[in-house]
Design a protein around this ligand. Structure first.
Ligand code: DI6
Ligand code: FE
Length: 418
């Protein structure tokens, strides 16, 4: 008897998130899903599953009428860092702005100091807690940025820890080099010199070590100008690394347009984007990554122009932006809920933002993000009556019954000395 399937999931409802299936959530109710060599090898109504006795099946998993979704994708995080910024949270509640705190040497720079001082082991332990919570909540793919080192040694340390964490949880980790996150104290008033370092030393070394899947920057009046970011993008391009950008988060600097010019995978935040920026993103196929956690936590009042993104056909992903300053959030379910309550997403649009579109924002759209024949069997099984429940709970990390993944191959062990 030929073994056609290693695992067959039965008695399941499938939220495929495949836009070509004309049903909300691309749903196939009363479905079955067969996995062979880590890939989806059969998907459809259970009644249509071939009855042929020659079809061998390894394990049969009864989903007991629950729902299978693609594994959740968190496509924008700064999850590896040391310490916390609870004191700054108190200061902001007493009236100090995020920008004021940054200009006075706090903000990102205070986390840079803590992260530089942390041993790899401490950084690993602190970050494990956060990634473990995400794993428990059904996240299978996480993008993790550097950017709290701002020197080569610490940036490399962060990226190595990120890769190591992926190994620990067998999660797919995409690493992003975010050297252009803030101006380090030793380069105060010499931002251009720091950009020289990023372009001429850091990007080449990080590319050589194979530690980054993409390059990001922070284009903002408290960070880097479009001209400086352009140089970073040119260096990334030279080393064949795709780019993405923190753009129009606190003001409109034209960052989204610049990102589109470099065919960026995504432009992220975007509360202050204008219609021209949106048109440029649409033409370039750049995904809008919206971060309702940062909007909420900074008590922002300007919402990203969700209707305009829709009008111009720019796909919208969602992510936690997990970081110690503007979004100390690890729950994907809280983000799904916030997108619905704060940004007027439907629960279906929200789930697409943390599955299919999140995958596209990482350049992984052909591998993960939907339940489709040939894609990775990267999925979560939930004991829920309807997928809208994933956006419904507030403050509870809804845990899947089971997470099933293909063998994740991009997490080679990156050694470091403790
Ligand atoms: N924008 C953000 O919201 C995060 N980084 C960025 O460029 C915040 C990072 C932090 O405050 O630590
Ligand atoms: Fe961010």
């Amino acid at each position: 008897m030929t073994k056609y399937f290693d695992t067959l999931f039965i008695n399941a409802n499938l939220a495929t998130m495949n836009p070509n299936i004309d049903a909300p959530y691309g749903a196939i109710e009363n479905g079955a899903l067969g996995v062979k060599d880590g890939k989806i090898a059969w998907i459809g109504k259970e009644t249509n599953f071939p009855q042929d006795k020659d079809i061998g099946v390894g394990e049969v998993f009864d989903c007991e009428g629950g729902w299978i979704t693609p594994g959740l994708v968190d496509c924008h995080t700064h999850l590896v860092f040391s310490g916390n910024r609870a004191k700054e949270f108190e200061m902001r509640l007493q009236g100090a702005s995020y920008e004021d705190i940054a200009r006075n040497g706090g903000g990102i720079i205070s986390t840079v100091k803590a992260t530089r001082a942390a041993t790899p082991r401490l950084l690993h332990l602190e970050s494990t807690v956060r990634l473990g919570d995400m794993f428990d909540a059904g996240v299978t793919t996480v993008e993790i940025k550097s950017g709290y080192g701002l020197d080569l040694e610490t940036e490399v340390k962060m990226l190595r820890v990120a890769k190591q964490l992926g190994k620990k949880y067998d999660m797919r980790i995409q690493t992003t080099f975010l050297g252009a996150h803030a101006i380090p104290p030793e380069y105060k008033d010499r931002a251009d010199d720091y950009i020289d370092l990023v372009c001429n030393e850091m990007i080449p070394k990080i590319a050589e070590l194979g530690l980054a899947d993409a390059v990001d920057g922070f284009c903002e009046n408290i960070a880097f100008s479009p001209a400086q970011i352009r140089r970073v993008f040119e260096a990334a391009k030279k080393y064949g690394l795709p780019v993405k950008l923190h753009a129009e988060q606190l003001s409109n600097q034209g960052g989204a347009k610049l990102a589109a010019e470099f065919c960026a995978l995504s432009a992220d935040h975007l509360e202050y984007i204008d219609e021209d920026g949106i048109k440029a993103m649409a033409a370039a196929g750049t995904v809008a990554v919206l971060l309702p956690g940062a909007y909420y936590y900074l008590k922002e009042t300007q919402k990203p122009p969700v209707e305009l993104f829709k009008k111009h056909g720019v796909p919208m992903a969602l992510a936690t932006d997990c970081n110690p300053g503007s979004s100390p959030i690890v729950s994907p379910h809280l983000i799904l809920n916030m997108a619905c309550t704060l940004f007027d997403f439907t629960p279906e649009e929200a789930l697409a933002g943390m599955t299919r579109i999140g995958a596209t924002a990482l350049g992984l759209g052909s591998k993960i993000g939907t339940l489709e024949l040939g894609k990775s069997a990267d999925m979560a099984i939930w004991s829920i009556e309807h997928p809208s429940e994933l956006s419904y709970w507030v403050g509870m990390n809804y845990a899947p019954t089971k997470v099933f993944k293909d063998v994740i191959q991009n997490n080679e062990v990156i050694p470091y000395d403790y």
